[in-house]
Design a protein around this ligand. Structure first.
Ligand code: PMP
Length: 282
């Protein structure tokens, strides 16, 4: 497997990263996961736009245009003869003797490589169960940061409970997002999802669903909603690069839509593939 390490392509076993890379000690970096279908990137430019946002907010000085990142990623896909899956990409603040302040003369470290992703067809067909979990993360969830301990612990709690996703809340009246997904509820035909602010990651799939909603004439609003609204919703579904769209049919002990995937999620899923040749959303 070829890995893009800074500006060079190297074999995986030759990809040397310093033990004092700040990704290791501090999770001091940002990342993206970009889907590849049939050898083609899906919404690459929207992912790169979000990457620029994360880099700027984290004050990591890396110019993706100067490094021709879009072309390099394209080359990475070709060199690996990669057809279906994801490209994982992370940029850390670089390697420097361990100390909290930003190092002065350190170059960021970039790695990018293919990761396996298979379409979650069974989950899409049957729906999944979720648990509710307190959102114990920091308050800059809009930055796609490498610090994922809160997400990882919430996800594992879901799996330990026999479910597949943890839906996070900050207090009873504030459902934020999933441990690795955005969450949508439907009531009386209107779709509602958390506003894109510092409490959630503004998912690229979430943005794609806004685009599809317009095409499909499905009303969609960005509004905070409560646990009660979540549990009383006609439908609940999640979105992400790897999940696409998946219905949630049970949350803790409460069945949603009688334990069946709902019609709006199904509409989005069908439209998802019909329109996926779109080059970029914004
Ligand atoms: N929220 C969180 C916390 C995530 O980790 C992800 C997936 N990376 C998402 C939302 C969905 O984002 P996207 O649609 O860009 O994959």
């Amino acid at each position: 497997m070829f890995v893009l390490l800074n500006d060079e392509f190297v074999n995986r076993n030759e990809c040397l990263i310093d033990i004092e890379d700040r990704a290791n000690q501090f999770g001091d970096g940002v990342y993206e996961v970009i889907r590849v279908y049939d050898g083609e990137f899906f919404l690459l430019h929207d992912h790169l736009k979000r990457l620029i946002y994360s880099l700027e907010e984290a004050k990591i000085n890396y110019d993706i245009h100067h490094h021709n990142l879009a072309d390099q990623l394209q080359k990475l896909v070709e060199m690996n003869n990669f057809k279906d899956g994801g490209i994982y990409l992370q940029i850390s603040r670089g390697a420097s003797p361990r100390s909290h302040p930003f190092p002065k003369h350190t170059q960021p470290t970039l790695i990018a490589y293919p990761i396996p992703v298979t379409r979650p067809l069974e989950s899409q067909e049957k729906g999944i169960e979720a648990i509710l979990h307190e959102d114990l993360r920091w308050l800059r969830c809009d930055i796609k940061s490498l610090n994922l301990l809160g997400n990882v612990m919430a996800k594992q709690s879901a799996l330990d409970a026999g479910a597949k996703e943890a839906i996070l809340y900050r207090d009873y009246n504030h459902v934020t997002e999933g441990s690795s997904t955005n969450v949508f509820i439907v009531k009386d035909g209107v779709v509602k999802t958390h506003p894109a602010n510092h409490y959630i990651l503004n998912g690229i799939t979430r943005l794609y669903l806004f685009y599809l909603a317009e095409l499909l004439n499905i009303p969609i609003v960005e509004e905070v909603y409560s646990i009660e609204e979540l549990k009383n919703a006609d439908e609940v579904f999640i979105s992400s690069t790897t999940s696409e769209v998946i219905s949630v049919i049970k949350i803790d002990d409460v069945q949603i839509n009688n334990g069946k995937p709902g019609p709006i999620a199904q509409k989005f899923l069908q439209a998802f593939f019909k329109h996926k040749n779109i080059k970029h959303l914004s």
